[in-house]
Ligand binder design. Structure first.
Ligand code: FE2
Length: 427
C-alpha cells in the first residue's frame, strides 16, 4: 500500500504517462502503470512533474527591504552596496528573520524548496547569522536553507571580515564565500580567493564566491578561483557566482580560461535577472548584457546553475522568487532558445543547482525524497514559456502548497470559451 500514487505525469526528460508511487516520504517507484493501491491518488492528465526548483544564489538578509532607507536610483551594484551600508545598522534579528521567513513562504508557493543564501558577516554582532541560522532550523521541515559566510565589504578591505568569517563558520554557517573584485586591488582580490579556499579546504566546506561581478574584462579572479580549487583538491566543491566580467573578456583569453574551469571542476552560478539589470550601467550604446558566457560554459561541460540573487532589496526592487522567471530571462539574454539549450537552463534551476549545493536525496529516482512540483505545463519548454502555474508542491510526499489551474474565461458575443495559453492537441 503506497501513501500516494501520482498517475499520468510527464517528466522533464520527455517521458509521458508515468506513475510515481510514494511511501514514507520517499519515491518508491517511477514507471508507466505502477501497480498497487494508495491511500491517496492524484491523476495529473499529463501535467509535468519535476523535482523542486532550487535557488543556488540568494540574499535572505537583504530581501523584502526595498526602499529602506531609499531606492537604488542609479541601478548600480555600488549604490546597492551603499544603501545596504545605510540599512545594516538599523537591522534587528527579528526584522531579518521575519523578512527571510516571508520570502521562504513565497519560495515554497513557487515550488522552490532549497535556497543557498549568502549572509553578510561584517557586523560584529553577526545579527544576520543569528537570524538565518534560526530560520534554517525552523524551516527545515519544508525548505532547505544553505548559508554562505559572505564578507560583503571584502575579506581584506573590511576590518571585521577575517575574524568574523571564522566566527560565522564556528556557529554553523555552511559554505565559505568571498567577493574578490571588491577588494582594494587585483592582488588583494587574488589573495582573498586563496585565503578563503584554504579555509574551506581545512574545514571540509564548499566554496561559493561572488566573483568578477563587474563589466571590467581585466577582472580575472575566476582564474585564481579555478587554480586554487585545483591546487587544493576542491574539485566539484567550488562555485563562482556571477562571473559577469567573462561577458566582456576577449575570446582568446576565454579560450584559455574555460579549460582551467573544467579542469578544476568549478561550477558557475549566473544570475540573469540581476546581471541584465545591473551590468552595463556605465555603457552608452551598445550596452553590454553582462550575463556570463552561459552557452559556452554549458557546451564545455561546466555545470551552470541559475540564481535569483535578489527579490525587493537594495539591488533589485522587483521579483517574486519565481525560478521560472529566472530561466525565462536566461534563455533570452543568453541566446539559449534551442530546445536542448532551454532544457539545460531548466536543469540550471533544478538538477544542476541541486548538484552545486550538494543536496542529498534530490531527484526523481526511487529512493529520492518525495519532494515534487506539479506544473501546469507538459514540458520544460512550456513551463519556461508560461512561467507555469504550480498546481501542487510536495515535501516528503505531503502537499504543502496547492493552486487552482489558471484559465481565463472569455465572453466574445455569444461565444464562451476558456484560454490557458496551451494550443489544443499539443500534448
Ligand atoms: Fe549575490
Amino acid at each position: 500500500m503506497h501513501d500516494l500514487l501520482i498517475r499520468n505525469a510527464s517528466l522533464p526528460n520527455g517521458r509521458k504517462g508515468i506513475d510515481i508511487a510514494i511511501k514514507d516520504g520517499k519515491i518508491a517507484d517511477v514507471a508507466p502503470g505502477v501497480p498497487g493501491e494508495a491511500s491517496k491518488c492524484l491523476d495529473l492528465d499529463g501535467w509535468l512533474v519535476t523535482p523542486p526548483f532550487v535557488n543556488p544564489h540568494f540574499h535572505l538578509d537583504a530581501t523584502l527591504s526595498t526602499g529602506r532607507p531609499r531606492v537604488n536610483q542609479s541601478g548600480t551594484l555600488l549604490e546597492g552596496i551603499e544603501i545596504w551600508g545605510e540599512l545594516s545598522p538599523t537591522l534587528t534579528v527579528d526584522d531579518i528573520y521575519e523578512r527571510a521567513r516571508e520570502l521562504c513562504h513565497w519560495s515554497i508557493a513557487r515550488g522552490c524548496l532549497a535556497i543557498r543564501s549568502h549572509v553578510d558577516i561584517t557586523d560584529n554582532a553577526l545579527l544576520a547569522v543569528e537570524a538565518l541560522l534560526s530560520l534554517r532550523d525552523d524551516m527545515a521541515p519544508w525548505i532547505d536553507l544553505q548559508l554562505v559566510a559572505f564578507p560583503q565589504y571584502g575579506y581584506f578591505r573590511h576590518a571585521n571580515s577575517r575574524e568574523n568569517v571564522f566566527r560565522a563558520l564556528d556557529r554553523g554557517i555552511d559554505v565559505v564565500g568571498g567577493i574578490p573584485h571588491f577588494e582594494r586591488t587585483m592582488d588583494e582580490g587574488g589573495e582573498s580567493v586563496a585565503a578563503l579556499c584554504r579555509i574551506a579546504a581545512d574545514r571540509g566546506l564548499l566554496v561559493d564566491m561572488h566573483c568578477d561581478e563587474t563589466d571590467d574584462p581585466n577582472s580575472r579572479h575566476v582564474e585564481r578561483l579555478a587554480a586554487e580549487a585545483h591546487r587544493l583538491g576542491l574539485h566539484g566543491r567550488v562555485a563562482g557566482s556571477h562571473l559577469t566580467s567573462m561577458h566582456s573578456m576577449d575570446n582568446y583569453y576565454v579560450s584559455k580560461l574555460l579549460p582551467l574551469i573544467v579542469e578544476a571542476g568549478v561550477a558557475a552560478v549566473a544570475n540573469p535577472l540581476i546581471n541584465i539589470a545591473i551590468q552595463g550601467r556605465h555603457d552608452t550604446y551598445p550596452k553590454r548584457r553582462g550575463l556570463t558566457r552561459v552557452k559556452e560554459m554549458v557546451e564545455a561541460g561546466i555545470p551552470v546553475a541559475l540564481g535569483h540573487d535578489c527579490v525587493m532589496d537594495p539591488w533589485y526592487s522587483l521579483g517574486s522568487h519565481d525560478m521560472l522567471e529566472v530561466v525565462n530571462m536566461a534563455v533570452h539574454v543568453g541566446h539559449m532558445t534551442g530546445v536542448s539549450e532551454m532544457e539545460a537552463m531548466f536543469a540550471g534551476v533544478t538538477t544542476v543547482a541541486a548538484e552545486v549545493m550538494h543536496l542529498e536525496g534530490y531527484g526523481l529516482e526511487p529512493g529520492c525524497n518525495a519532494d515534487l512540483v506539479v506544473l501546469q505545463a507538459r514540458s520544460p519548454v512550456e513551463a519556461i514559456r508560461l512561467r507555469a502555474n504550480r498546481l501542487y508542491v510536495l515535501r516528503r510526499g505531503k502537499v504543502i502548497a496547492e493552486s487552482a489551474p489558471q484559465v481565463v474565461s472569455l465572453a466574445l458575443g455569444d461565444e464562451r470559451k476558456t484560454v490557458d495559453f496551451i494550443p489544443a492537441g499539443s500534448q
